[in-house]
Design a protein. Structure first.
Length: 240
């Protein structure tokens, strides 16, 4: 007997069903996103309280490393990539300890660039899962919140890189010297939420450009996210 002919529309529908099953399995079984959100919230509240203590700076590095590892576990299924990321994170922690004991500009930049690359990678990987076709589940909502908070961290690290390369790029009321990462994390999230408190001001042109870009992302990301999520749910219900 001849094999049944499968039309292009049927192939597309089967492919869509496979994608939906993969998305459902991923977002319904993985618990690493909960850990990731817990660490992100902890990073906001714990690190600023200990910003001037040595253990506080090390705690900040450790929490950021755990954020990276938990985010990769939540989004990557290749164990070799996860092990490689863990190894790089351990190296980064040792470099961070050396930087605390004997401050060095290049070590500090290495830590920041490493963190920036992995945070940006996590944002891309989680967004791919959030915007994938299929039903809207609580895991997608958790992923969306994680991306929003990771954006705040990404800009905070970017601000510190700018401050390291050009000291005085940010001015803090009643304080002399360069801004620290916990202070820039606070500034980043107030900018992302467009609060504009005014206690930290961007001075250099690059710092001002980054602040404007973050404010735009803070306004546009929730709008685009809600529109995409509503569209995905409507398509899913229609396909059912």
């Amino acid at each position: 007997m001849d094999a049944p002919i499968v039309t292009h529309s049927e192939q597309r529908e089967r492919r869509r069903e496979r994608i939906t099953r993969r998305a459902q399995g991923f977002w319904s079984s993985d618990r690493s996103l909960t850990v990731l959100l817990f660490l992100l919230v902890g990073n906001i509240f714990i690190v600023p309280l200990a910003q001037f203590a040595t253990w506080g700076r090390l705690a900040g590095r450790a929490i950021l490393s755990l954020v990276i590892i938990s985010g990769l576990i939540a989004t990557v299924r290749d164990r070799r990539i996860i092990l490689l990321a863990i190894a790089l994170t351990v190296v980064s922690l040792f470099v961070g300890w050396e930087d605390v004991e004997r401050p060095n500009l290049y070590l500090h930049l290495f830590n920041n660039l490493y963190s920036w690359v992995f945070i940006a990678l996590l944002i891309v990987l989680i967004l791919r899962q959030v915007f994938r076709e299929g039903p809207i589940t609580p895991r997608r909502v958790q992923g969306s919140i994680a991306v929003y908070m990771l954006l705040g961290l990404l800009w905070a690290v970017s601000y510190e890189i700018v401050e390291l390369l050009n000291p005085g790029s940010f001015s803090i009321a009643s304080q002399r010297g360069s801004a620290t990462l916990p202070q820039l994390v606070y500034f980043s999230f107030t900018t992302l939420a467009t609060l504009g408190l005014g206690d930290i001001l961007p001075i250099s042109p690059l710092a001002r450009a980054l602040v404007v870009l973050e404010a735009l992302v803070g306004q546009l990301f929730p709008v685009i996210l809600i529109a995409r999520v509503v569209t995905l749910e409507i398509q899913y219900q229609r396909n059912r």
